[in-house]
Design a protein. Structure first.
Length: 236
């Protein structure tokens, strides 16, 4: 008896997941995971591997959630950040308990950003783009230590397109302030052309890709009033 041919093809899980996920430039290291990241050459003219950002999250503007770039770091130098000023006064004006919550929710969050291409496990599809990873100062410092060791021992830099090694980053299962990362030199050297043949065409300007919202003091003041409420805002 002849076997009937059934229509359709084998489902590709990786492509299905990517096709139904929101497209993003940002690479998130999930809890309890270990990743291999190949750092690309920097897009910073001064040669620094990381671009440092400082942002205030969970603010409102006309009912919409906003993240504001901290003017102390990203402003023109003529205006101090009103959010930082208000949060600094908060313990004395509003009390330590309320201030602690406000600072936790809205205090400046600093990240060190770099462009990476993830090396995915065998049996899964290779990355089809480069990403931006945002690390804490401690974690970025560990990557910098690997780079310094490579320089001191005359090895190819981890950002070298041809001979650079991947960096292994392991995240523990915790979240929030208990999150910890281990950073190791993997010794695995893979050319960027092998990981992502079109990496040069898809090369990102990290600073521009972050699309930091740098607004004037008046805009931030209005956003604080909407977020904190009239009573707290007027007190600050």
């Amino acid at each position: 008896m002849a076997v009937k041919n059934r229509p359709g093809f084998q489902t590709n899980v990786d492509r299905t997941v990517r096709g139904t996920s929101r497209k993003t430039l940002f690479y998130d290291i999930k809890p309890s995971t270990t990743v291999l990241l190949r750092f690309t050459p920097t897009s910073n003219e001064d040669g620094q591997l990381f671009f440092e950002s400082s942002q205030h999250f969970k603010f409102l503007e006309d009912g919409e959630k906003r993240a504001w770039a901290c003017l102390d770091m990203h402003g023109d130098g003529e205006q101090q950040c009103p959010i930082c000023d208000a949060l600094e006064r908060a313990p004395e004006v509003l009390g330590k308990a309320i201030a602690k919550n406000l600072i936790s929710e809205h205090g400046a969050s600093q990240r060190w950003h770099a462009q990476v291409i993830p090396i995915r496990p065998e049996g899964t599809e290779a990355a089809d783009q480069s990403y931006i990873v945002g690390l804490s100062k401690t974690t970025a410092g560990k990557v910098s230590s690997i780079l310094k060791l490579e320089r001191d021992t005359r090895q190819p830099f981890l950002t070298d397109p041809e001979k650079g090694q991947a960096v292994q980053i392991e995240r523990n299962s915790a979240t929030g302030f208990n999150t910890r990362y281990e950073v190791l030199a993997s010794g695995l050297r893979v050319p960027l052309d092998t990981l992502l043949p079109a990496w040069e065409e898809k090369f990102l300007d990290v600073e521009k890709s972050l699309k930091l919202r740098i607004e004037d003091k008046e805009t931030l003041m209005l956003s604080m009033k909407e977020t904190f409420g009239d009573v707290a805002f007027l007190a600050l």
